[in-house]
Write a protein that binds this ligand. Structure first.
Ligand code: HPA
Ligand code: ZN
Length: 333
């Protein structure tokens, strides 16, 4: 199974580029940008990764980003991820980025997007990895700030396929951003939102995503299984869910393998993703392999999880079919 997973062509639809910042890279960037760190080795940084819920993760995640300053820094961040993705046989990616986490530190939007875009172009040519960017708003910042960043993104609309919503979910429901997301939709962006596992009023948040925001996808969303009405709606709309097993384990002490199996049985388009692989110390193949060890999945289930990702990817149908053909070809050999 491990070898099968490693060789299987895959798409990744839930990975925060800032969550791919490896400790070694934090050190090299700190040195280049003359920034003092509280740690003296990358191992010390990893030892401080003590997450047990979303806020405890976010504190460390935002602090580390301070080393990202120049266009070249953002280029390297993204390109290192694409190289790592290549090693996992990922052929298509829709990565998230968090512009407000950088503009709030005085970094220009152009610097961020310029570096990432250049890495995407190089990854396509040199690594054969296609990608489409998703811009996330930080839900613990104001709706006005989100709207300002939406406006800032418009000159770069050709390089951004959709918008998402991440960061601290407590008291920051989808409804807070209804106007921003309606505006994003009118500008042609696809829409997704995090509904992180076991958050306060999570079923209410999922319901708002469906009824108020009319999302094209939900990030995480595992808790939908607790409400038959939500499941029915998600199945009938063929809405994809981007599940992140190792990320879930930090909150619920399980890879949610039983839930993922149930989703497949119920016809929900569940996908497997790494979320913040540098922090959770698990890239995409690690997530699949750990999941297959914890749960009862056949090879067909594993292929279905990969097929779901291509099915729900924001791609033109001809591109989608090319990828599904590659996956089918792999599966028939
Ligand atoms: N949830 C919310 N915000 C985030 C996450 C996440 O998993 N990763 C990075 N920002
Ligand atoms: Zn996430």
């Amino acid at each position: 199974m491990k070898e099968f997973i490693e060789k299987m062509p895959k798409a990744e639809l839930h990975v925060h580029l800032e969550g791919t910042l490896e400790p070694e890279h934090i050190f090299s960037l700190a040195q280049r940008n003359n920034i003092e760190l509280d740690y003296s080795t990358p191992e010390e940084v990893i030892a401080a990764y003590d997450f047990h819920d979303l806020p405890s993760f976010l504190t460390i995640y935002y602090a580390a980003m301070n080393v990202l300053r120049t266009e070249q820094d953002f280029y390297e961040l993204a390109y290192h991820y694409f190289e790592r993705a290549k090693a996992d046989n990922i052929i298509y990616v829709e990565p998230f980025f968090d512009p407000q986490a950088h503009t709030s530190r005085g970094i220009d939007f152009e610097t961020i997007i310029g570096g990432i875009k250049r890495a995407q172009e190089d990854a396509e040519v040199k690594l054969g990895i296609e990608s489409n960017l998703i811009m996330c708003f930080l839900r613990d910042m104001s709706a006005d700030s989100a709207m300002e960043h939406l406006e800032m993104s418009l000159p770069f609309k050709d390089h951004i396929i959709g918008v998402g919503l991440d960061s601290d979910e407590k008291n920051n429901p989808p409804e807070k951003f209804a106007e921003v997301f309606a505006h994003a939709r009118a500008e042609g962006y696809k829409l997704t939102m995090h509904c992180d596992v076991n958050q306060e009023d999570i079923l209410g948040h999922i319901r708002e995503c469906l009824d108020l925001i009319n999302v094209d996808r939900i990030d995480h969303g595992v808790n939908c299984l607790e409400d038959d009405g939500l499941v029915q709606e998600i199945v009938s709309r063929e809405l994809g869910l981007t599940i992140c097993p190792v990320s879930n384990r930090f909150v619920v002490q399980s890879l949610t393998s039983a839930e993922i199996k149930k989703m497949l049985d119920q016809g929900i388009k569940a996908t497997i993703n790494s979320d913040d692989p540098a922090y959770f110390r698990a890239y995409l193949n690690d997530n699949f392999i750990a999941l297959a060890e914890e749960g009862k999945f056949t090879k067909e289930d594993i292929v279905q999880l990969s097929r779901n990702a291509f099915d729900i990817a924001w791609l033109p149908d001809s591109r989608r079919q090319n990828y599904i053909d590659l996956l089918n070809e792999f599966n028939s050999n």
